[in-house]
Design a protein. Structure first.
Length: 128
């Protein structure tokens, strides 16, 4: 599926219509949002994803950006890091996970990094 999505940036490659229709619109928009040049197209597709068939979404992006945008990175899943940070805050402040998620929104980067470093050093010492 990802090779099919990447083919929108290549003028010479055109996958089959069956392969194009397998792409979920959400994934396609999320990938497009990874570049400043294509984020507006992602927004338009996202607004009308039910009305625009996937083949048309693909062709629109291909005609607009093939050869003009070299590479769009697929966004990494940051959920694992967030889960660890919530656990560190839960342990450090002795609070619930729900409260720790709220703290994550307001805590300074400096303080969060201090807490993370403290726990990662502790974990490393425990493994030795």
């Amino acid at each position: 599926m990802f090779k099919t999505i990447l083919s929108t940036l290549d003028k010479n490659k055109t996958p089959s219509e069956l392969d194009i229709n397998k792409i979920p619109s959400y994934i396609f928009c999320r990938w497009l949002a990874g570049s400043p040049q294509t984020i507006m197209a992602a927004n338009q597709i996202n607004n009308f994803h039910n009305e625009i068939p996937m083949i048309n979404q693909y062709n629109m992006v291909k005609s607009a950006f093939a050869g003009k945008v070299r590479y769009i990175a697929y966004p990494k899943n940051v959920q694992e890091d967030t889960r660890k940070n919530v656990q560190y805050l839960t342990d450090y402040f002795k609070i619930s996970e729900e409260k720790a998620k709220d703290y994550l929104d307001v805590i300074s980067d400096k303080e969060l990094n201090m807490i993370i470093n403290m726990y990662t050093e502790y974990e490393l010492k425990g493994k030795k």
